[in-house]
Design a binder for this molecule. Structure first.
Ligand SMILES: Nc1ncnc2c1ncn2[C@@H]1O[C@H](COP(=O)(O)OP(=O)(O)OP(=O)(O)O)[C@@H](O)[C@H]1O
Ligand SMILES: [Mg+2]
Length: 312
């Protein structure tokens, strides 16, 4: 299957609703549960929200910040994917590691903002030294160099003092695959929530909200529950009319916008984004392989038969 990274992320209605839900958990520091069937886009939406733009690390996702943004305006959403086998200690360690990374990103951002001032002083000092090498040092230049050395020193100290004050900026932790968390690991997550001034979103399959209801200590803290829905027929049409082209072939002028074709695709995929991705990629493959000009309902059936489409 083509990886999701090859096709653009589409900001669907479901994504926007998920983002709003997370924003409430974030700003009000609440626990939210988000559940939805497989393949509807929960993980991809969480990655998008956390700003992760690479698939290098499959376990940890941290915000990527535009380097010019001021620290005070950076929000910090952290995405942690629960490991298949998990213990409370592992969960804590992984989340701590992520929080360190978020902090170091903020420190880098601070350094980027602070650096030009220091660079300017240093380049003036370098210019004076270069002149000194050629013509010797005049009293005026010597005094100037002294003053600049002093300014650089105080600036470095001031920056260092500010840098150590940058505390963990995490404001929201999203836990993906939360169904995997064992009771004791759930307890650990609750403890992390209780200790910090943060929001928490647990993502899982339908049924997770019922399972969590059995843990009064955690459940009593749950403020919001959100259902991540399948994409609607209408939404699917918008996605297919967009630049989303799994398989790398633009099928929009080859019959993919035909109502009968769209209806057939929706019938087969039933709002499952993963299946939609696979089916359209397979159609594109067949179109390319057989040099076809148009997508037909027969072709869709062949593409479907070529895939193992689950019941989800
Ligand atoms: N907003 C989107 N834009 C583009 N493609 C998407 C989007 N949402 C989902 N997809 C496609 O659907 C696939 C499945 O998405 P994702 O892995 O996020 O589903 P999920 O709900 O987390 O499923 P699971 O419950 O199995 O973990 C993605 O790999 C991608 O191909
Ligand atoms: Mg997922």
């Amino acid at each position: 299957m083509n990886s999701a990274q090859e096709t653009p992320f589409i900001e669907t209605k479901e994504y926007r609703q998920f983002a709003e839900f997370c924003a409430i958990c974030d700003s009000e520091k609440r626990i939210g549960i988000c559940y939805g069937p497989p393949g509807v886009g929960k993980t991809l939406s969480a990655k998008k929200l956390a700003g992760w733009d690479s698939a290098r690390d499959t376990t940890y996702y941290v915000n990527r910040y535009p380097t010019k943004t001021k620290v005070s305006t950076l929000t910090s959403i952290l995405l942690y994917t629960a490991q298949v086998a998990n213990s409370p200690a592992q969960v804590k360690q992984s989340i701590d590691k992520l929080r360190d990374r978020v902090r170091s990103i903020h420190i880098d951002d601070f350094d980027m903002t602070a650096r030009p001032e220091l660079d300017e002083i240093e380049s003036k000092m370098a210019a004076i030294r270069a002149m000194q090498a050629r013509r010797g040092l005049s009293t005026r230049a010597f005094k100037e160099l002294q003053a600049l050395t002093q300014s650089a020193y105080s600036l470095r100290r001031r920056l260092e003092a500010q840098r150590v004050k940058i505390v963990d900026p995490t404001s929201l932790i999203i836990v993906d695959e939360a169904d995997r968390l064992k009771d004791t690991s759930l307890e650990q997550v609750r403890d992390i929530y209780d200790r910090g001034d943060i929001g928490l979103v647990l993502i899982g399959m339908p049924g997770i909200e019922k399972r969590l209801a059995r843990y009064p200590q955690l459940y009593s803290r749950v403020g919001l529950v959100h259902r991540f829905r399948k994409i609607s027929d209408e939404e699917m049409r918008l996605v297919l009319a967009d630049t989303w082209q799994p398989g790398g072939i633009d099928l929009r002028n080859r019959g993919l916008s035909d109502p009968a074709i769209l209806a057939e695709i929706y019938r087969i995929t039933d709002g499952n984004f993963r299946t939609l991705h696979r089916l359209v990629a397979e159609i594109a493959r067949l179109v390319d392989l057989n040099h076809l000009r148009r997508v037909t309902t027969e072709l869709i059936e062949i593409a479907r038969d070529g895939l193992v489409i689950g019941v989800d």
